[in-house]
Design a protein around this ligand. Sequence first.
Ligand code: BGC
Length: 739
Amino acid sequence: MQKSGKTLTDDQVSARVEAILAGMSLEEKIGQLNQIGGAEWSQGPKPEEVIRRGGAGSVLWLNDTRKFNALQKIAVEESPSKIPLLFALDVIHGYRTIFPVPLAMASSWDPDVAERAQAVAAKEARAAGLHWTFGPMLDIARDARWGRIVEGAGEDPYLGAAMARAQVRGFQGETLGETDRLVACAKHFAGYGAADGGRDYDPVYLSETQLRNVIFPPFQAAVKAGVGTFMSAYMDLNNVPASGNHWLLRDVLRGEWGFEGFVVSDAMAVANLVIQGHARDARDAAFRGLYAGVDMDMASHTYSNHLAGLVKDGTLDPAIIDASVRSILAIKVRMGLFENPYVDETLLEKVAALPEHRQEARRAAQRSMVLLRNEGGLLPLAKTLRRVAVIGPLADSMEATEGSWLVFGHKPAAVTVLQGIRARLPQAQVSYAPGPDIRRDLGNMFEDWMNEGKTPPQTPEESDAAFEHAVDVARGAEVVVMVLGEKANMAGEFASRASLDLPGRQEELLKAVVALGKPVVLVLLNGRPLSIPWAAENVPAILEAWEPGSEGGTAVADILFGDANPGGKLPATFPRKSSHSPLYYARTLTHLPESSPNYRSRYWDGLPTPVYPFGYGLSYTTFAFSNLKVSAAEVKLGASLEVSVDVTNTGKLAGDEVAQLYIHQRAGLDSRPMRELKGFRRITLQPGETQTVTFTLGPEELGYWSTNAGKWVQEAEAFDVWVGGDSTASLHAEFNVVR
Ligand code: BGC
């Protein structure tokens, strides 16, 4: 595809912006700060009217190529300053070709997977006429009850930062002028993933220590990678709404990090400042939102209704509006929208779902899956099997395979696990039974709006009959593949859960099938860590496939039948019980060390140790780590040292291992977490092959933000370092940082 090839210098961009700004009325300037909904259910006047008078800078919730061109024509031909619109939508893990959900992509521990996926997503979405995606979502989530954990990279800031950089590069490319890429949006700034009790939209209380050491790193990485826009979060952060938070949006984001793009609020978040009890009324909300640093008001019409009045009565300095308009216009100029405002309406069908895109999605899904258990080497299965039963409510669900957050109007087109297995075993009898249906206890507001998901629930009799039928089908098979987990609407926004158990009667069915005494493989399709302690002890093989996308079923078959060797690792801890949430590895420790014989569990009703720890995942081969070396026993403050380790494939198949490096600072101004990830590399090894992996630890890895110092510090202290295949790695070395 043709790239624009023209990168403007900063001076050229600002000259252009100033020239446009000079000709704009106050009303038009405020229009640029207004993002309007294009969906029928959106509030406010008709988009055409608003655009014609220069009253909108961007349109969201529309996915219609022809309509994009029609609205753009009004903007560039009829509006006073003829400024093109930015068309925005949530392109989270694919546009037409669907990739594994972001949590799954993080499980690949291969940033290249995320970069390539988002480059394909950008190419397809741009061909449809979109310019801007509301992604990547960079919220660190340590409480799996929070439904939106599916949209992010899990619990760890270091892994999260790597995935943030990769996604920004994938969406945006090298410069914003590329015609097959999108502008990215780092969201939701900041702290949204730490909602009380994992309840979506509930308040968040995070110390500055947690914000700076845990929550901010992926966001700052996105700024360094050149992300064009940010989205302010919905909820209250320490009792100040994130979308009215001057400290977050101006002091940290722009002041400290030098972010030069623009900030859009989350949907309705400016109007919500009233509900939150921060603003007195909508007018006050408009003032507070803009003053805090929200440049563009998503869908609430608060800016368009009130900013002009605030300027006219002298409450608001119009220079604040100009500054926001500048940053929005600068993105439009860099994107080349003034030269090329329209999309070629024939382009989408030429690029969407190209075979190479499906191939990329299959590879991403293979690399994202995590083998959690494989007792007695049950997997891979033989392709000579004659009778296989595929059981479970998700086994033939395209929706569950593609996962949550697809673009409006998307038609599911995934290869399901059942289809994938059938295609791999053309000679065998592959029988199928869904078992009892699963569903949310309470509805989802999005489905209510869009009138989806209205199938009536099964009666108890229907559920029993489906259960018995599934067990009967399993009885006739040599091997049973159970496909269980969560439907797509069970994770994502407005999809938090109090329980992390398998929903509905799935575990009951799993127990009944395991009781038949057949070899059982459990394939999980889900968007969050689940608590599966029974399965972890009683089901011989478990594959965490997440929500794997368009080629999910093919990739599951690739792994089940040994055409691909799993190498993914968990990006979030799997708790034993839901009530152990939030549970994460990078905790500090009080009282006796966990390794001590006198250590007492934090609960008397069971160990809060995870079923599967962060970083965990098996392969069809085995690996050994040895020869851990630090380049020097002592390193000066501010200097770097190297840590190397030998990784050997000790099994009989080629496979991937992720070498993970964890550190611990033994003493200091603040207590430091027992372990923190500070390096990782996914490598492929042939049987018997050894590779030396080298990591660098410098001031960035060895420093932290200290509560006691009130600033970033690096201290002359003793450190532990471990390298291995998960966060419980035992191969250990030590070094000292000295003055
Ligand atoms: C979500 C955002 C999303 C926006 C626009 C909001 O409800 O929180 O993540 O980008 O809607 O669709």
